[in-house]
Design a protein around this ligand. Structure first.
Ligand SMILES: Cc1cc2nc3c(=O)[nH]c(=O)nc-3n(C[C@H](O)[C@H](O)[C@H](O)COP(=O)(O)OP(=O)(O)OC[C@H]3O[C@@H](n4cnc5c(N)ncnc54)[C@H](O)[C@@H]3O)c2cc1C
Ligand code: SF4
Ligand code: SF4
Length: 569
């Protein structure tokens, strides 16, 4: 028997940190098991939340069963952010609820996410000694929304609705919110976790499990279980059942056969379609290339293939497959240190030919990370590279500066071993990093024309001396020359975390719509499955998409479903 890792690894590092003999290593962006070192202890298997670590020993065949029939008031499909929020709240409201999940583990893509925006929590803010007046939070949002926000009434009601979720979550158990800390100084609404809660061994703070995504999801799941939700994992919904135009349940498949679940209302929290190669290629043929390194790094669970979308389409619902998710430049899943280095505003980026190609210093969120989004221009440039790679270019001074900023304030102040991580990466034969004493030598290691890279560096240093970036408009305070050897180049590739902007068409009450805008009764959708976005004004919590929006919308859908049930039962 041997162990191996299936396609779909997102480089969370959990398995490799569990391995007692360091048999797990990263190659071409994905973790692999070194068969010569592996002692077949099996310890890594259950560390993989994506259930990708398999043994060559055939699994026992599932026991086939006759079709099973189940009944409930509310069926929640998908146990990620939306699903756990909806199931916990539905049960809290006394509704007979079933939650099904296609994967082995609950959590979905939400499990890996970091922190969220929680404006509007009056009670909780009051309890922790913050102002419960939501107006400063409205103003904060306005200052941070680059795309502008016009409908002030909607903005205020969105913020209040989002806050209701956090107040309820805190009221369930004050311990639920105990590990939260403000994510950015001066930001009244953004929270993160004080420290990773699941596996202190991880040396990569850029991705969960362990942060808010898994913490809140776990608490909601536990609440759902305590309040009597019936949960079935490895149960994949494949068809919506209808009666007289109304959705009345789903047909699902578990390992043993068919499961028919009749429900008065169905909530789809089935995530995005980011892991569906065919759909993604249709958005952009270059996103999923034969070479996995040149492709987008798709950070999501393998089960998010758009099942909810397809089920809705089959019953005549409207679905938009034209828009991708939150994308942008990243170095992940190699080392945390280098990934964070490319977040610095002084960073200089060159394309695969050695020409300076984009600058992200003027386009950053409060926390310093480059803004990413469905139309991220840097991402478009990376996509156009044959190799799928651009490079972060640094000299020794820049490396020292970026390294000195890596003190991990969120992780017990532990120092980051960034020197070791940088040296480990330049020693890899894989693409991530190269180091050389001269720019031409660095260019040669990268397969670039040395003259082109040297000309880029000469011009950039001239810009720094002049203090005026005529090429990309980098602010003078961030202009730092590339002059002190050794010189470094680290690969920058595209990522997409699957937080879809396209998806199932919904109205402001999360009800699924037909192409003519009419409502299909009995079915609701939200989160990555639906059409909301951070800046589009859809749904009571449409403003706060992503992580916070998934739980908060699930919470509100449960309330909307309760009201709907009064009309149909
Ligand atoms: C790595 C990563 C980092 C992120 N970081 C942040 C962040 O820091 N801040 C932020 O705001 N947002 C972040 N996001 C985005 C945010 O996490 C998502 O937008 C949000 O959590 C999506 O929640 P969801 O419930 O819609 O989907 P998911 O949590 O993905 O849940 C979907 C679930 O549905 C299940 N499913 C799919 N099909 C079926 C079926 N047919 N039957 C049964 N079950 C099914 C899936 O297995 C999955 O468990 C991040 C996302 C990722 C992946
Ligand atoms: S089975 Fe054990 S030894 Fe082998 S890779 Fe997994 S943890 Fe390491
Ligand atoms: S997803 Fe994480 S735990 Fe699973 S194989 Fe990849 S690195 Fe290991």
């Amino acid at each position: 028997m041997a162990y191996y890792i299936e396609k779909g690894c997102i480089g969370c590092h959990y398995c490799e940190l569990e391995c007692p003999v360091s048999a797990i290593y990263i190659q071409h962006g994905f973790n692999q098991i070194d068969q010569d070192k592996c002692i077949e202890c099996g310890a890594c298997v259950d560390r993989c939340r994506l259930d990708l670590i398999k043994s060559t020993e055939p699994e026992p065949a599932p026991t086939p069963h006759d079709p099973v029939e189940l009944n409930c008031q509310v069926l929640v499909v998908g146990a990620g952010g939306v699903g756990t929020g909806a199931a916990a709240r539905a049960a809290d409201l006394g509704l007979d609820t079933i939650l099904i999940e296609a994967a082995k583990w609950y959590g979905g893509g939400t499990w890996f996410a970091h922190g969220g925006q929680f404006p509007g929590a009056k009670r909780y803010y009051g309890r922790i000694g913050k102002s419960s007046d939501i107006e400063p939070q409205v103003q904060f949002w306005l200052r941070n929304q680059k795309n502008g926000y016009r409908n002030m009434d909607k903005l205020r009601s969105n913020i209040a609705a989002n806050g209701e979720f956090l107040d309820w979550f805190d009221e369930l158990d004050p311990g639920n919110t105990a590990p939260f800390v403000p994510a950015q100084p001066g930001a009244p609404v953004a929270f993160d976790m004080k420290e990773r809660h699941i596996n202190e061994k991880s040396n990569d703070d850029s991705i969960g499990p362990g942060w808010m995504g898994s913490w809140i999801t776990e608490k909601l799941f536990e609440t759902a279980m305590k309040k009597g939700v019936r949960y079935f994992n490895r149960t994949r919904a494949v068809e919506l059942l209808t009666d007289g135009g109304r959705v009345t349940g789903v047909r699902a498949l578990d390992p043993g056969g068919e499961v028919l679940i009749r429900a008065d209302a169905v909530i789809l929290g089935t995530g995005g379609y980011m892991m569906n190669d065919v759909r993604m290629r249709a958005i952009d043929p270059d996103m999923v290339k034969a070479d996995p390194v040149a492709s987008y790094l798709r950070l999501n669970v393998p089960t998010n293939v758009g099942d909810g979308h397809e089920m809705v389409e089959k019953i005549g619902g409207a679905v938009d497959y034209t828009r991708g998710g939150t994308r942008g430049p990243t170095h992940h899943p190699y080392s945390y240190a280098v990934n964070m280095m490319l977040m610095n505003p002084e960073a200089v980026y060159v394309d695969e030919t050695g020409v300076r190609c984009f600058d992200l210093s003027n386009d950053r969120m409060g926390g310093g990370a480059p803004i990413t989004g469905p139309n991220c221009p840097a991402s478009e440039i990376i996509l156009r590279q044959k190799s799928g790679l651009c490079y972060l270019l640094m000299d020794k001074n820049m490396l020292e500066l970026f390294g000195s900023r890596l003190t991990r304030p969120l992780d017990n102040g532990r120092p980051c071993p960034w020197r070791e991580e940088v040296e480990a990466e330049v020693a890899l034969e894989d693409v991530p990093g190269r180091k050389a004493d001269t720019i031409p030598a660095l260019a040669e290691k990268l397969g670039m024309d040395p003259e082109v890279l040297s000309a880029t560096v000469r011009r950039y240093n001239g810009i720094c001396a002049e203090g005026l970036d005529q090429d990309f408009g980098k602010a003078p305070k961030y202009l730092q020359p590339i002059q002190q050897p050794p010189f470094y180049a680290f690969a920058v590739r595209n990522f997409d975390n699957g937080a879809s902007r396209g998806g199932i068409s919904i109205d402001e009450d999360f009800r699924v719509l037909r192409p003519d805008g009419s409502v299909i009764p009995g079915v609701y959708a939200s989160g990555d499955a639906a059409t909301y976005s951070w800046t589009e004004n859809i749904g009571p919590v449409g403003l706060c998409g992503g992580l916070a929006g998934s739980w908060a919308s699930g919470y509100h859908i449960a309330e909307l479903v309760r009201d709907y049930l009064h009309t149909v039962v």
